[in-house]
Design a protein around this ligand. Sequence first.
Ligand SMILES: [Zn+2]
Length: 319
Amino acid sequence: MSKHHHRDRSWAPAPEPLPREAWTVDDHTHVASVVPFSRAMSHEAEAKGQPPVPVYDVDEILGQARAVGVEGIIDVGCELPNLRTAVQMAVDHPGLVHAALAIHPNESVLHGHRGVPGPDGLELKYKPWHDVPFEDALAEVHRLATQHPDQVVAIGETGMDLFRTGEGAKELQREAFRAHIALAKELGLPMQIHDRDSHREVIETLLADGAPERTVFHSYSGDAEMGEIAREHGWYLSFSGTVSYKGNDGIRESARLVGLDHIMVETDAPYLTPMPYRGRTNAPYMIPYTLAALADAMDLPLTTVAQATRRTVRAVYGV
Ligand SMILES: [Zn+2]
């Protein structure tokens, strides 16, 4: 039997709540996606005769986050059908939820383009909403951001992803990224970057077009050399559970390089669950585990690091 067969689908236990003075914000998460993701986990556990795994709704997920000191989240809608979902969640939970909107790099290349070649062995899946041309999809981001200025606090996640998108669609993806850079600047909003296996291309593009004043690398995955470039340009690094993974010394060193004024913490739920729960369903209540790993990486007290992330969220997103 494969190792996969025995994977634990249950929720990780709640961490120790953050002390009041260390409350912070999850600056990049996909709470709407946690619900169907955990439902799938629940079904899988049931099929394998494992103990029942509860499925929580959005309110319960937000309540669990608040209970451990996560006093806010930025929910990211980055597929055309999810843009409104993120805005609505923010409307329904004033002060607690804000939204970031964009057309994800791997989505952007599909809009208006059937049969985009992925790298070897991977194919990007064309869905009905991809019939909408990219320009029209981005116009919807623009429209929602303009109509909901109290809810939409960032353009993201945008950027490049050469892991999912092959060389064939690279320039198409770069053009979509450039359009998002222009939009963030036009609206005066910060930008959250998705950069997977494309550090060089992302940096090149930012420098060529001029990065928005507040530029955030979400789930930062660079090495120390890239951390130095981020420091030089005043870019912000948002750390996910990957900061706790073995072998990611470059990520941890980058946190030390940019320092307390340029760090934030996120879950990117339902993925990238921090250690020691890697592989389980992620949700905003897991933030204290990632904060602990980040504090450890920076060799600073948890409260100092948590307060820094909270201050940075305010400076970058105004919330
Ligand atoms: Zn994300």
